[in-house]
Design a protein around this ligand. Sequence first.
Ligand SMILES: [Zn+2]
Length: 330
Amino acid sequence: MSPPRRRLVGGLDLGGTKIQAVVLDGRRNVIGEARSATPTTDGAQDVILALVSTMGSACAEAGVEMADLAGVGVGSPGAIDTRRGVVAEARNLPGEGAPIPVAAGFRTLADTRAYVDNDVTVGVNAEYVLGAGRRSKSLLGVWWGTGVGGGLVLHGDPWEGRGAAGELGHVVVKIDGAQCTCGRRGCMEAYAGRGAMEIRARRLHKRGRKTDLFKIMEKRGRTRLTSGVWARALENGDELATELIERALGALGAGVASAVNLLDVETVVIGGGLGTRLGEPYVERIREAMMPHLFVDDRPPRVQLAELGDLGGAIGAALLVPPGSPGRKR
Ligand SMILES: [Zn+2]
């Protein structure tokens, strides 16, 4: 049964630097959106206030009240207690990993039900339901950003394992290889994660390697090598940036192909901050890098760029609101 036209849901993508909100109508069209900066002060309450206020702005743009929403979904980094709607161990958010009781906050401040899940999980699900994977029964989402996240849909259902499935970034691509931020060695993320690439770029630059990466960073008023900084350096043909991206692509090719050898999914969707920013030319490079490692190389899976772009995370979060929540009739 298709959802009633008037059923409105909210979605929030909580990131380390920004909060993105959307309002979807019953046909899952975006009818309002808003964006704000993630608070930098330490405190769960500030994060909750910012989430509620950004959602309020998106509702205002859509011309609806927050009370009209059947519920609000929130995608967040960190470990999520989905039952209680609490974010924990999110080291990129204020409070440095202290629990953020999102669902309780929405209940108290906005009298609205909130549902919380992992940001990569909801982003991959959005691509499965509405984006690049909508014609596939099985899908592997590769979220290429600060780390490398993964999400799986098998036979039409998300696969969560015992709760920790999809840790594609920690697939081993080299025994005793590079140090990973998880404390282990040789993980794909230790080569391909934007965080790991930045650590290596800083180390090599300090040892005298020439690169414009940090000049571009400063010019843009950033303190980190963002996806935009990498993209610009690559466009300019920066030698070190190119070398580190090649290294990342090699690791992605091996890691993603290994996952495909195990699961034989129909579609691989490349998303995440860096994946989305670098776009189709680099999706093609990932396709090529996978080929030598594919066991059944005469019918590789479709490898596609995420289609929903910047709003994908918030749209996916909105899909967390269960169909049983009718909301107020309008
Ligand atoms: Zn690791």
